[in-house]
Design a binder for this molecule. Structure first.
Ligand SMILES: [Zn+2]
Length: 232
């Protein structure tokens, strides 16, 4: 046991020094969210209780008086918010059910849902990033109810994220569900970890994009880009 603890600690220390080296660089090479295999062995209620306990510890370490009226409910509030709202999309069981419809009209032009507002959480700082997603596809045999695209964006946003990966996860999932190669996703977002700390730039906007299939050709790409122009 002692041995394990020691090796765990040295591993943690190693990771910590790695993080110091990485600094504020926002980068992740993995398309899948890094989840452990046992991620859902605990039920949501147990997770809320455990997070509540540990968040209380964090507040106490910071020197806050947890008997204060305004603070006493915070650990539970944060725990519920993490599990049931802002990180809800970690659990595949919360993925929206997508009903597909036959493409009766043989519609084969772009379908674009623009200005989908979303909130996500930067996985490097656990601070929000938020903005708009623009999602387009060219149907083959199936089409999808439009609000389902909004729901898919929300689902992938409700987890610790990096914007690049959010963009790819949305595009790849729509490609898989609708069995079409022709998908475009562009996301523009403000990151509180950039605005409220570090370089403290509250104006900059980060744009990420993924163009697949026909959207790789300039005409389609420009059609998509000009359709989302004029956005606020
Ligand atoms: Zn960040």
């Amino acid at each position: 046991m002692k041995q394990n603890e020691t090796s765990l600690n040295s591993q943690e220390n190693k990771n910590l020094s790695d993080i110091d080296g990485i600094g504020d660089a926002h980068f992740s090479a993995n398309i899948n969210t890094a989840l452990r295999e046992d991620a859902f062995e605990l039920d949501d209620e147990t997770k809320v209780q455990l997070i509540q306990k540990h968040f209380k510890d964090i507040m106490q370490i910071l020197g806050l008086d947890l008997t204060d009226d305004s603070l006493v409910g915070t650990p539970k509030r944060v725990a519920k918010m993490y599990v049931k709202e802002v990180f809800k999309g970690l659990n595949p069981k919360n993925k929206p059910h997508i009903t597909l419809f036959e493409n009766k009209y043989k519609y084969d032009e772009m379908v674009l849902v623009k200005d989908i507002s979303f909130h996500s959480m930067c996985e490097h700082h656990f601070l929000p990033f938020f903005g708009k997603a623009h999602v387009a596809y060219i149907p083959k045999d199936k089409v999808v109810g439009l609000s389902k695209i909004n729901r898919l964006v929300q689902f992938f946003a409700q987890r610790p994220q990096v914007q690049e990966r959010l963009t790819i996860q949305i595009a790849d999932d729509i490609r898989e569900i609708l069995k079409t190669e022709d998908v475009a996703v562009l996301i523009e977002a403000k990151h509180l970890c950039v605005a409220a700390r570090g370089v403290a730039d509250s104006q900059s906007l980060t744009i990420t994009e993924r163009f697949r299939g026909k959207f790789n050709c300039d005409d389609r790409k420009n059609q998509f880009l000009s359709a989302i122009k004029g956005r606020e």
